[in-house]
Design a protein around this ligand. Structure first.
Ligand SMILES: [Zn+2]
Length: 304
């Protein structure tokens, strides 16, 4: 970022054309990096990710309630062992995105996941929302989070998923400064693409998530809200299967975001078990986000 203000002056209906063009030009989808073929001659690719927020959501909200903290602890205590058993049984890798505070609270979990061949990715310091921060604070927290994860996991993180996909106007500049391989927060496509910044290709790969392929939106509820929008696991299974089958038909990428404290319940994890089995039976290749990004990087460079 140069001297580009995050928020321009005036009301949107007053903006001159260069203003709204500059806004849409930030972290813009550039070249498609959808490959012609996937590893091992597979029909399509599956990238499973778990955002291991654990206790950091109530901490971020400055809510010291032991009740909400305990709901986060469930993610590590009850859900993670189930998830790791499932992945081991199917012999598929996954990417785990950790807020630094979550990794510091659960260092053994992080190290064991890395030792099991899974990827550890950056997911903020304490699940803070980047768009609420000054640039220097966002930069400092992101760099410190990277250092904590490297130290705890023994693995240098190469990718980031901003907490709550809250990608600020400054985030891409910070990612470029850090020399990361990829981001997984933006949603301009189903397939991987290169991020452009103000019309300039950056070489940063975007692996797009979507709320549709996220467990949280279907299963979460607000305690004091009048609605309790629980979706039955069978309905979520139907949506995830349809998203995978679409990726399979198009020979593309199926990227799924989950949260241990959400998907890891007894009534829900079975849908992931069946989904992984379905994808394996249909000749999908499973890679971590970093492996998918490295494979798609060949589209940028024309080589490995
Ligand atoms: Zn998160």
């Amino acid at each position: 970022m140069t001297d580009d203000p995050a928020r321009p002056d005036g009301e949107p209906w007053q903006w001159e054309e260069p203003v709204w063009r500059r806004i849409v030009g930030r972290a813009r989808a550039g070249r498609s990096l959808r490959p012609d073929a996937w590893p091992e001659g597979a029909r399509c690719a599956v990238a499973l990710s778990f955002d291991a927020d654990h206790e950091t959501i109530p901490l971020r909200d400055n809510d010291p309630s032991p009740m909400r903290i305990s709901q986060g602890q469930y993610g590590s205590r009850a859900a993670m062992p189930r998830i790791r058993r499932l992945l081991a049984r199917h012999a598929v890798p996954a990417s785990f995105f950790y807020p630094a505070v979550s990794a510091l609270l659960h260092p053994d979990e992080v190290r064991e996941l890395a030792d099991e061949g899974h990827e550890i990715g950056i997911h903020s310091w304490i699940h803070e929302l980047n768009t609420t921060l000054p640039r220097e604070a966002e930069r400092d927290l992101t760099l410190r989070a990277r250092d904590v994860l490297a130290r705890v996991s023994g693995q240098e993180p190469v990718g980031i998923r901003t907490a709550s996909w809250d990608f600020s106007p400054h985030t891409l500049g910070i990612i470029r400064e850090m020399g990361l391989l990829y981001d997984s927060s933006l949603m301009a496509d189903d397939e991987p693409y290169e991020l452009d910044d103000a019309g300039e290709p950056t070489g940063i790969i975007e692996l797009p998530p979507e709320w549709i392929r996220d467990d949280f939106v279907y299963f979460n509820m607000l305690r004091h809200a009048p609605l309790r929008p629980y979706t039955p696991p069978s309905a979520v299974e139907e949506i995830f299967f349809a998203e995978f089958d679409g990726a399979h038909d198009e020979g593309g990428l199926f990227l799924l975001t989950m949260h241990p404290h959400v998907i890891g319940h007894r009534s829900r994890l079975g849908l992931l078990d069946r989904l992984v089995g379905h994808a394996k039976a249909k000749d999908a290749w499973f890679g971590t986000h970093a492996e998918v990004a490295r494979w798609c990087r060949k589209e940028l460079t024309g080589s490995g």
